[in-house]
Structure formats: structure tokens, C-alpha cells
Design a protein around this ligand. Structure first.
Ligand code: GUN
Length: 757
């Protein structure tokens, strides 16, 4: 934010010459991101709120915004300045920063909104961009054509196409000044997408989502979410997304979770003039208040009654400050949530504050799941209403890609517990991501051995399960090695071999969640995902004494165990040698299954690789390190999240095992890449020596990448000839790798020196 001295904050330093206009992401949480936008008036930290300054009515002085509130950027309207002789004169001779007395980033709008409100503007497309450039704004806006939510498809199409038509001339007129390229499209999904793709092709610095003010004014938050989901996935990810006219803090968490980087607020001043207070849960009238909804610094010495007693001008100034402080505080909460990996949860919590917001949130998180149900419904039922059937058929799965766009960007596993939030828990994107990875990659061993026609489902208690089950597991390994053991968690079945994997293991909620009686239909459905639907289900309750003997008895009853094991079931010890062998097999299985699920390894290959391997365990019996038969340490299971850390040796083993050619471009084929190992990222010659020394991979040095790379996942770093340079954890998706020019692309965990190869 810069240093303060005697209540004044230092002026910003310009960014490096070559960085002007670049955007980098420093922290991400799914699609939410903290970033840095480089400009000639400082590096703007995002997400950021740009207060709207009306150059004619300054409710709060821009200098105060900079000095007191640490605001890095604001937005004003170039059309108002252009129309106003005096303002125009000062702006032209002294520049916009002097006119507003603001040293930070200044964005200007173009007059589009005035055209929407008053019907037309008198200025030309190039003229207004040229004017903005000439008065020294940091970020100008082209004259887009506003698409209203009440327009029909044809009218909206005309707005979208006309805006795209104007893009080339506008970019040309900007002569290198950073330019906003707004996305229009009304409420039409395909037109929003067309607009995003069309505008994305031009050299804009930022993409505001336009035409949403009337949507927000009418509380059409579900439409607001749809607009975001129809637009943002189709924009170049290295450009910030600005929500034009969105300044209500209630919308910040959801917007940020869906990828918004910038907001502008006239609301803080407009609502103040109206005697209204903004809060993260809606709006309140000063008239009705005895206490402050939140006690902000600017009202520390006043009660609501004190402020009411002031004159209109002074009251408005107080409320404007109040609203600004509340808005900034919510933005800070969002930023911290992104750092903590909890932005979706914050959006989930806030969604309960307003019925329309809840509707939007439920639409986001449940409609992709409902789409599957819709399809199933149509397959299994004959509907009396043919039109309804056609409608369901047409729309089922319409938004699935957008949801997948969120899910594929999620980091999983994560540290810490997963607080139970009712049904919402199951549809949190990172929970969905964890479930999808498990279902896609994990499979039972297909060995011809006793037990392979059955599955033991343990239920009834939260983890850790190791202590309660390890003896039983050793016995089962010995007597019925074909039997799979699954644990019922509140978010789905988890193979015992992955018993410490987050989030399955750490659902923080009431005990009854774990005590739910297993539902045979749901279990059968889940087993289907793992190809085990034909197996006989044997249940064992984890609560209470004698789990082991109860499980053995149940297996005996089910015919999985026969007479030879009866003695054992009654308690006779296994031979020590068998016990040790069974334990080692279970440890190997634990590591192997983690390599399958977390490193995308092929099960058969891993099983072979780990033959003769050794697991080093800690005093609690948990595997710390795994060494191959030749002593090479390949992976270390992490105790914090149940994840797996790859070693340099492990990276080499994966690298050598790859049969696919190295990627040569950034292409998405949408083929299934299960079992292809960790993604490869190819860097150029300049980066090679740095990666070998263990330095991070920076955007701008990447020449190709596998399409299954994703945030938080292990990847291998290679040069153009496919030599291994290092390994690390990706910060982005394929599209991010292709687009970004600045920032860390991969956090390198190990470099492979030439002498070590
Ligand atoms: N301000 C609020 N909405 C819009 C929009 O759609 N376009 C422009 N240029 N400014 C806006």
C-alpha cells in the first residue's frame, strides 16, 4: 500500500517500463485470485475497489481516498469531463491526476453508461479514447454499446456485434494506453460467450463485464452469476475482469470466487445520499437504526442518532465514509479468504443473507449436478408433456462446462478441516474436485483372490481409523486379499488405502453425520463409480468394541471367510512373518493408491514399481518415505493433508516411465488423460539453468504444456528436447500457462542438476 507519513501516503512508484499493462496472479483459490496490475501510477493489488468519483460532486476527496483509505485506483467519467469546458481545460493542460488530485491509478469510463441512461452521446468512438489518452489516464474505456436485460435477442446481438466492430479502432486510438474492452450480451448466454471470445481477440488490458447495473438493481443475482459464467471462462485469463457498476459488498465473495478482479462503486456515495448504509448482508436505512450494523472507524464517536442530527451534507459525508469503510472491510475479508483457501465458503455463508443471492448460489452449485439427474430422469421416464421433456433435454448439462471450469481449477487436497455446512458441503468445488479425481482414477485391485466378489463398508465413526482398523486390515490382507475395504464418510466412500486423504477424512461436524445408517442404494450407486457395483456389501459399524471380531463374523456370515479362518476369527494370532508381510503390502498399497490418485499414475505400473520397495514409518505407523528396491527415495506422504510429495528421484522415475511424446503446444483435445502421470511443462533455453538450480518457473518462459496441468498439482519441468529439469507444483491451468506473461507459473520443489543426470 505504500508508506504513510504524518497522515500522508507516499506517491506510488511507476511500474517497470516493460511491465506496463501486465497482470500477474500471486495467490489463487480456485478461480479467485489475488493479483498485481502494473501501471504507470503504481502496481494495483487486486481484487480492488475503484470508488467512482463524479468530478462535479466529490463526496469524499480523492486525496483522502489515497491517504486515509489506502485506495490504489479510482474511476471517473471522461465523457462528463469532455462535456464540461472547465474540467476539460484543466484535464487537458494539467492531466487527469492533477484535476482529481489523486496520485494512484485512474481509470475512466467512456460515456456508454450516459448513452444507456440518456439515450445517446455526442462523442465519437475514436474521439473519446483519444481524449482519455490525451489527459493521461492509466486505463481508458472504449465506447461500447450497452445491452439491457429487457432487450430481445436481436437487439442484444446488435449491441455485441457493434461493440466488437468498434474494438479495432478503439485499440488503435489508445496508442498503447491500457484499454477496457467491455463484454456485453444481455441475458443471452451464447451472446455473452460470443462477446467474450470476440473482444478477447483484441489487445485490451482489462475486460469489464458490462450491462449488469440493471441486473443488480433488480436483484437478479442468478442472472448476474449466469452472466459471469457465460463470459469469464472464455476471456484470456491473463487480463483482469472488472464488474462494471458492482459496488455492493454483498456481491463480492461470490463474484471473486467466480473470477472477478475489479469492482467500482458509486453505491457508497449514492446510497449515502439516500440515507442508506451498505453492509455485507444487504442495505439498511439510517432512519431505522439505533445501533450501527458494524462499528466502523468513521462513526466511532457517533451514534446513528448523532449522524441523523447533522445537516444533510455532513450526514451524507459520514454515511459515504461509512459505506466505503464497510465495502473495503468486506473486500479485505475476501482477500484473506482467498489466501486461506476459503473464498467459496465465504460466498456460501454470505449467500444466506439475501434470498436472491441464495438462489444464485444454489443455481451455481447445484444446477450442474441436477443436469445429470435431469438426463437420467429423461432416460428413465416417459413424460406426458412433450414440450417439458424437450426443454429439459435441451438445457440439461448446459452449464456443466462452466461448473467444470471452476472445479478443474481447485487445489485438492488442502490442509485443515472441512467445516460441515449441510448439503452445501458436498457441492463445494474443491470437494467435488476431490471426489471426481477419486472416482476417475482410483480402482479396486482386480486380483483373483478370496474376497474379490465383496466389499466391506465401514461406517459409523469419524477418523482417524488406522488404530481401530489396522489389525483387522492385516488379518483381511492375509485371509481375503481380494476384499476391498471402504469407509463411509459424510461426503462419500473412501478406500481404506487412502484413509488420511483430505477432505474426506477431516469433515468437522456433528457426530450424527458419521452415525448415519448406510443407505444401500446410495452405496451401490457409489460403488458403481468404482466399478464395484456387482460386489456383495458387508457392513461393519466402527463404533463400539470388538470391531475386528464383528467384521470377521460378518464376513464369515456372508461366506467371504470359510472354516479355515474360523479359528482366526475367534482370535488366534497370525504368524509373525505373515503379519509383517501383510503390513508391508498394506503400506505399499497406501502409497500406490496415492500415486494413482494424486500423481495420475497407472495402477499396474505403480504396483510393479513398488515391488520390493520399503516404507519408512513413524512411531504411529504412518508412512513417511517410500524407497524403491534400489534404495531411491521416490515419494513422501504428507501428514497435513494426506497428499504426496514427489522427490527428485521420484520425478526421474516418472519422467523415464512416460511413453507419450513431450507436449509441443498448448492444445486442449479433451481426451481422457487418466494414468498419464504428472503433467509436463516445457520451458525455453533461458529458463533451463535456473530451473536446474531449483528456481521457480516464470510465465513468459513456457513454450508448451500438457492439458491436464492444474493448480496445486505436481508437474514435471522439461526442456524442448524433453530432458528433465525439475519438478514442482503448478499455479495454473493450461490456459493460464498459455496466456500469462508475468508471475510464477510453477513453484519448483526440486531442480535436476546436469551432473545428477
Ligand atoms: N458502467 C456500467 N455499466 C457499463 C457498461 O456496460 N459499459 C460501460 N462502458 N460503462 C458501464
Amino acid at each position: 500500500m505504500g508508506a504513510w507519513r504524518d497522515g500522508r501516503r507516499d506517491d506510488p512508484a511507476p511500474c517497470r517500463e516493460n511491465d506496463t499493462g501486465l497482470f500477474e496472479v500471486t495467490v489463487r483459490d480456485g478461480r479467485a485470485r489475488l493479483g498485481r496490475l502494473h501501471t504507470q501510477h503504481g502496481v494495483l493489488e487486486t481484487p480492488a475497489l475503484l470508488p467512482v468519483i463524479n468530478p462535479n460532486i466529490r463526496t469524499i476527496e480523492p486525496r483522502e481516498m489515497w491517504d486515509r483509505y489506502g485506495i490504489g485506483a479510482l474511476i471517473t467519467n471522461s465523457y462528463i469531463i469532455w462535456k464540461h469546458e472547465e474540467l476539460k481545460q484543466t484535464a487537458t493542460t494539467e492531466g487527469i491526476h492533477a484535476l482529481l488530485d489523486f496520485p494512484g491509478v485512474i481509470m475512466t469510463d467512456s460515456g456508454t453508461f450516459q448513452a444507456y441512461v440518456y439515450g445517446d452521446v455526442e462523442v465519437g468512438v475514436e474521439e473519446i479514447v483519444d481524449f482519455q489518452r490525451s489527459i493521461g489516464v492509466d486505463i481508458a474505456t472504449m465506447l461500447d454499446v450497452f445491452s439491457r436485460p429487457d432487450m430481445n435477442e436481436e437487439q442484444v446481438r446488435a449491441c455485441v456485434r457493434e461493440t466488437i466492430e468498434r474494438a479495432a479502432a478503439s485499440v488503435h486510438a489508445a496508442q498503447g494506453t491500457m484499454l477496457n474492452g467491455p463484454i456485453q450480451g444481455g441475458l443471452f448466454k451464447h451472446l455473452r460467450t460470443e462477446s467474450a471470445k470476440g473482444m478477447g481477440d483484441f489487445d485490451f488490458a482489462i475486460h469489464p463485464i458490462g450491462g449488469i447495473v440493471p441486473v443488480m438493481e433488480r436483484h437478479l443475482y442468478k442472472d448476474y452469476a449466469k452472466i459471469m459464467m457465460a463470459s469469464i471462462p472464455h476471456l484470456p485469463p491473463h487480463r483482469p475482469v472488472h464488474m462494471f457498476g458492482c459496488g455492493h459488498p454483498m456481491l463480492f465473495p461470490m463474484s471473486i470466487a467466480l473470477g472477478a478482479d475489479l469492482f467500482d462503486s458509486a453505491a457508497y456515495a449514492l446510497f449515502a445520499r439516500d440515507g442508506r448504509l451498505l453492509t455485507p448482508w444487504g442495505t439498511q436505512k439510517l432512519q431505522t437504526l439505533t445501533e450501527w450494523p458494524e462499528r466502523m472507524p468513521c462513526v466511532a464517536e457517533y451514534t446513528p442518532a448523532d449522524v441523523r442530527a447533522l445537516g444533510k451534507k455532513e450526514m451524507t459525508a459520514h454515511l459515504a465514509r461509512y459505506n466505503l469503510e464497510v465495502t473495503l472491510a468486506e473486500l479485505d475479508r475476501c482477500k484473506q479468504a482467498v489466501r486461506d483457501g476459503t473464498i467459496w465458503r465465504l460466498a456460501e455463508r454470505r449467500s444466506h443473507q439475501h434470498p436472491a443471492l441464495r438462489e444464485a448460489f444454489l443455481w451455481l452449485s447445484t444446477s450442474p449436478h441436477n443436469a445429470k439427474l435431469d438426463k437420467q430422469f429423461l432416460e428413465e421416464m416417459v413424460l406426458d408433456d412433450r414440450d417439458a421433456a424437450k426443454d429439459i433435454d435441451q438445457h440439461a448439462g448446459e452449464w456443466e462446462n462452466a461448473w467444470n471450469w471452476i472445479v478443474e481449477s481447485q487445489e485438492s487436497p488442502r490442509k485443515g478441516g472441512e467445516p460441515w455446512g449441510g448439503d452445501d458441503t458436498n457441492v463445494r468445488p474443491h470437494v467435488d474436485a476431490a471426489k471426481k479425481a477419486l472416482r476417475k482414477r482410483w480402482k479396486p485391485r482386480t486380483i483373483e483372490a478370496r474376497g474379490s466378489d465383496s466389499v466391506l463398508v465401514a461406517y459409523g465413526s469419524s477418523g482417524p481409523w488406522r488404530e481401530r482398523l489396522s489389525d483387522l486390515m492385516v488379518r483381511l490382507q492375509h485371509h481375503c486379499p481380494g476384499l476391498e475395504v471402504m469407509i463411509q464418510t459424510p461426503i462419500g466412500l473412501l478406500p481404506y488405502s487412502l484413509e488420511d486423504l483430505n477432505p474426506f477424512t477431516h469433515i468437522d461436524g456433528p457426530q450424527w453425520l458419521w452415525r448415519r445408517r448406510p443407505n444401500p442404494l446410495l452405496i451401490r450407486q457409489e460403488l458403481q463409480h468404482f466399478g464395484m457395483q456387482e460386489r456383495r456389501i458387508v457392513l461393519v459399524d466402527l463404533l463400539g468394541d470388538g470391531v475386528q471380531s464383528r467384521a470377521m463374523a460378518a464376513l464369515h456370515h456372508a461366506g467371504v471367510l470359510d472354516g479355515t479362518t474360523d479359528d482366526d476369527a475367534s482370535g488366534r494370532a497370525l504368524e509373525t512373518v505373515n503379519r509383517t508381510a501383510a503390513k508391508e503390502t498394506l503400506q505399499r498399497r497406501h502409497v500406490a493408491d496415492k500415486m494413482v490418485v494424486l500423481l495420475n499414475a497407472r495402477q499396474e505400473w505403480v504396483d510393479e514399481l513398488l515391488e520390493g520397495s520399503t516404507c519408512v514409518v513413524n512411531r504411529l505407523g504412518r508412512v513417511k518415505n517410500t524407497l524403491l528396491h534400489n534404495g531411491v527415495h521416490i515419494v513422501s506422504p504428507r501428514l497435513t493433508d494426506g497428499g504426496l510429495s514427489l522427490t527428485d528421484g521420484g520425478a526421474s522415475v516418472f519422467h523415464n516411465a512416460r511413453t507419450l511424446p513431450a507436449p509441443s503446444a498448448f492444445e486442449r483435445s479433451n481426451e481422457d488423460h487418466t494414468s498419464n502421470g504428472p503433467a509436463w511443462i516445457v520451458v525455453n533455453e533461458d529458463a533451463e539453468p535456473f530451473i536446474r538450480q531449483g528456481r521457480n518457473v516464470f510465465h513468459g518462459f513456457i513454450v508448451a504444456c500438457d492439458e491436464w496441468i492444474s493448480p496445486g498439482k505436481t508437474c514435471l519441468i522439461v526442456n524442448r528436447t524433453g530432458d528433465l529439469l525439475g519438478h514442482g507444483v503448478s499455479n495454473g491451468t493450461l490456459e493460464d500457462m498459455k496466456s500469462f506473461k508475468k508471475g510464477v507459473a510453477v513453484k519448483t520443489r526440486g531442480g535436476i542438476r546436469l551432473e545428477d543426470q
